[in-house]
Design a protein around this ligand. Sequence first.
Ligand code: GLU
Length: 484
Amino acid sequence: MKRVTHNKKGGVKTRMAPSPTGKLHIGGLRTALYNYLFAKQKGGEFWLRIEDTDRTRFVPGATEEIFAMLKWAGLKWDGDPAVQSKRLEIYQKYAPELIKSGQAYYCFCTSEELEKMRGEQQAKKMAPKYDGRCRHLPTAKIKQKLSKNLPHVIRLKVPENKTVEFDDGVYGKIKYNSDDVDDQVLLKSDGYPTYHLAVVVDDHEMGVTHVLRGEEWLPSTPKHILLYQAFGWQPPIYCHLPNILGANKKKLSKREGDASAEDFKNKGYLPEALINYIALLGWNPGTKQEIFSMEELVKQFDIKKLHKSGAIFDLKKLDNINGQYIRKLKSKELINFCRPYLTEVYGDALQNYSDEYVASVVTLEQERLKKLSDITASTQLFFTDNLEYDAKLLIWKKSDKTAMSDNLTIIKQKLADMGEWDKPNLEKEILQFIKDKKLTNGEALWPLRVALSGQENSPGPFEIAAILGKQESLRRIKAAVDKL
Ligand code: GLU
């Protein structure tokens, strides 16, 4: 069979073909990524195609959102995206060609007839399948029905008892018997193509050489192969990608809230980190390397190393990778990324704090952040003038209220006398002071840290005090003493 290729350059061409039925799922982003990586690595092209022929599932705005997410993720596509609903004449031209060559037929069955057929098959415990009753309609009858404008579809005349074979890049040799393949509808009565016709015509017309797509499309592939054969075209190479699984080992579904790429973006995962992580969901470099830039992925990604079994989505690992990317950010970038989250929580109150102050808070947290949105929970103590906590929290282990109150009082005095107010100086002077007063670090620093933070866990007291400044630090310590 000759490859009738419309891919003029003759190189590798991949595509991602999302249906605009909702947000871009994390699995869809991985499909796009793998297609992108493979194309770029071969010096080829990565295209987009919007598969919007199922008008009942069309969600307005979804296409634009998918584009925006792909851009955010750094997956630049070549050319202008093809949109199936704008290509109806193309499918309407191809389907009748198969009728002419005797490989498709008009079907005039009404939905009532089809329903009845299905019911009878179910009663006999048979798999539902179109029984081919319109296959052999006499030409005169067909002409008559067409002239009466009776609603009809075009179905593929699937050959009987034929082995349909293809080599999947991930799953290896796959064989089906054509008797298990339905006489699928190609063109619907409203003139719209079905997914099967559109995907084959478009992949052919666009000159797509490799199709990397979700494993849920594996059972449709024999239908596509049969269609390629009917047209006399060379099919692309298929690689079906195993599902991404949730912790329950079930397919991570769109309904599981967090599964859309946009949710990850909103929570403050950096695009480079998300891409890095999902590249590893189903592919393994075979080395210990865990952090990959896009350029490294393009170089190292290997289609032959794709896994056959589903990859479990490991949020901890993603957090860890994201944390590593966050730590690499320049402090200006980090501040810009964090500001929207802070504004969302603190609103106008944020304007009471200088840029410098916000910058030092954010930079202090850089080490600990797993995702940008964490910035709000961990920095509350810096954006309030009323810490709420239980006085008991101030008490170090077996110590008591009086001792804590005394320790805080003398430390407060020491701090009030201090000149240079920065972390190294605070640390040096206070540690020396504790030594001189023969206190342990626990009984002095614990209440100090709680007085400044109001929290059981927080950054160290010197870091907090340095950011809060002298006045606010002293005020908080006084409030703690009053509490005790
Ligand atoms: N439109 C299909 C989807 O939404 C694409 C299937 C394919 O890549 O062939 O997943």
